[in-house]
Write a new protein. Structure first.
Length: 251
């Protein structure tokens, strides 16, 4: 069977090369059935259990094609697409910081580097290349989040009595955080764009998985001990895509 990451070609008919653009397929060890999620900016994610047959994925998507297109159309009507634009400022409410972004082109440069100091983020190099600029911005977000998250997570770990072994920072397209069976907590750098309360909640949520690697009643009871308002915060996260700038490319 071809790799799940290459199954996007299965969704594209010969007479409609762009009808399924913006699709992604994700294998999940927790998934027990196939599911589809349409995001407000039109991206579609197909979640499948591991070792799912490629033909089953194709048939599932084809069976739900009309629903997918209707969802996309409704989102497009309610939320007009935002044009891509490199940022002049980056507001990070989650860590109470704001940065002015400056672009400094350099002749013959083939890459873009970043340097942040005193609220100014300077990108230097081949700054006329938007893709290279976005890649540099994401490297900066990852580095900044790693530095900012570490002390907060360690403090919450001590307060809740729930430990972790390592912390990773990524720009996940599908989740705000995760906790592996080996004790590694992965956090999304996009949490910096949200409210501090949401950042704190996601950290508490993942720390509680140190005791319960599931979403059982006992898990939520433990979460509630440390964050009584978890229900509202968890609900908020489902629509927090609106706080993530278009240039980040998450949704």
């Amino acid at each position: 069977m071809q790799g799940i990451a290459n199954q996007l070609s299965l969704f594209r008919g010969a007479d409609e090369p762009d009808s399924m653009s913006g699709f992604s397929v994700r294998e999940s060890g927790r998934a027990r059935r196939l599911s589809i999620k349409v995001f407000p900016r039109g991206r579609v994610e197909v979640v499948v259990p591991k070792r799912t047959n490629a033909n089953d994925v194709r048939e599932f998507v084809e069976a739900h094609r009309d629903w997918i297109e209707k969802a996309r159309q409704q989102f497009a009507a309610d939320h007009p697409p935002e044009p891509f634009k490199l940022p002049d400022t980056v507001q990070l409410d989650g860590i109470s910081q704001q940065f002015e972004v400056r672009y400094q082109p350099e002749r013959s440069a083939t890459a873009v580097k970043y340097r942040a100091k005193d609220g100014v983020l300077l990108l230097t190099g081949k700054t006329g290349d938007e893709g290279l600029c976005v890649a540099a911005l994401k490297r900066w977000l990852t580095s900044l989040a790693r530095a900012e998250y570490a002390p907060i997570l360690s403090s919450l770990s001590a307060r809740t009595g729930n430990s972790f072994l390592k912390m990773h920072v990524r720009g996940q397209r599908t989740c705000w955080g995760s906790h592996s069976s080996t004790g590694t907590i992965s956090l999304n750098y996009c949490l910096m764009f949200l409210d501090p309360a949401h950042l704190r909640y996601v950290m508490i949520h993942e720390l509680c998985h140190a005791r319960h690697m599931n979403h059982s009643k006992r898990f939520w009871q433990l979460v509630e001990q440390h964050e009584p308002n978890y229900r509202q915060l968890d609900k908020d996260l489902s629509s927090s895509w609106k706080s993530i700038p278009t240039w980040v490319g998450i949704y």
